[in-house]
Design a protein around this ligand. Structure first.
Ligand SMILES: Nc1ncnc2c1ncn2[C@@H]1O[C@H](COP(=O)(O)OP(=O)(O)O)[C@@H](O)[C@H]1O
Ligand SMILES: [Mg+2]
Length: 264
């Protein structure tokens, strides 16, 4: 990636100055995604440029159908783009085959969906430990215990998903992501199936991880108030990023940089 010619985009990412301090953990350049349906090709992503700084939180908002989930899948290497460049944690995802991508995901990316994708016949502990075992971890159960403890679930290790509340299941999913070494969490409306109080706890947990464990968080949400807790908010509309700005709590200089970038 040629940093020297990317000043405008550097500004959009929220980094100050032309000589960027560190590279972004996610860099998308003119990303297009076209799917073929019965009615012909459908353009779903129409030229996305976006940088996400390591350790930051990006809120992704926009109406239903605007492409938020698709964009998250692109970041996870679960959706192949039709054009453009996708670099995540130093990997050029467009050059990787399915096996490479699976390996990349298991070590780098935690995906937290609205539904929890836990295995119903395994306990909370097994749901976290078994994937680690598959990855060749030497101490999968000890590591799983440690991460379940971190999300406040040490008293639920032997419970099956059906015996856990929605919030607890979501915590298991987060522990599973973190235990695999994810430094990037992609969360797609993670509170959609939870009551408000439980949802708030999950969101607090995600932001705690972002702040304290240097995890980068990309959070798709319908709720502007949640997006405002992120460093940067990107609003999608019809397959494009319609608006990109520092959230209200950000330093004023950063807001200025972002609004300058938008005028270009
Ligand atoms: N597999 C697919 N085939 C065709 N169109 C799709 C497919 N997946 C998503 N879409 C379309 O892509 C658009 C964006 O979808 P999505 O990323 O799920 O939006 P959002 O998460 O913002 O609601 C929608 O118009 C949706 O209908
Ligand atoms: Mg969606």
């Amino acid at each position: 990636m040629s940093e020297g010619t990317e000043n405008q985009r550097d500004s959009v990412s929220g980094r100050s100055g032309a000589e960027s301090a560190g590279s972004p953990i996610i860099a998308l350049r003119d990303v297009h995604l076209t799917l073929t349906s019965n009615a012909g090709p459908v353009d779903i992503l129409k030229g996305i440029d976006l940088d996400v700084d390591a350790g930051s939180a990006l809120g992704l908002i926009g109406p239903s159908g605007s492409g938020k989930s698709t964009l998250l899948m692109v970041m996870a290497g679960l959706e192949t783009v039709s054009g453009g460049a996708v670099t995540v944690a130093g990997h050029d995802l467009t050059k990787m085959d399915e096996d490479d991508l699976a390996r990349f995901r298991s070590g780098n990316v935690g995906i937290v969906f609205q539904s929890f994708h836990l295995i119903p016949t395994m306990t909370a502990l097994e749901n976290v430990a078994v994937p680690l075992e598959f990855m060749g971890d030497a101490n999968p159960f000890a590591k799983a215990r440690e991460h379940l403890d971190r999300v406040g679930l040490s008293h639920r290790l032997e419970h099956y998903p059906g015996q856990l509340s929605g919030g607890e299941q979501q915590r298991v999913a987060i522990a599973r992501a973190l235990s695999a070494g994810a430094k990037l969490i992609l969360a797609d409306e993670p509170t959609g199936n939870l009551d408000q109080a439980t949802g708030a706890q999950i969101i607090d947990l995600l932001f705690d991880l972002q702040r304290d464990a240097n995890v980068t968080l990309v959070l798709v949400t319908h709720e502007p108030a949640l997006a405002e807790r992120c460093n940067v908010v990107a609003a999608m509309k019809d397959g494009r990023i319609d608006d990109l700005r520092a959230s209200a709590g950000m330093a004023p200089e950063l807001s200025d940089i972002l609004s300058d970038a938008k005028r270009h």
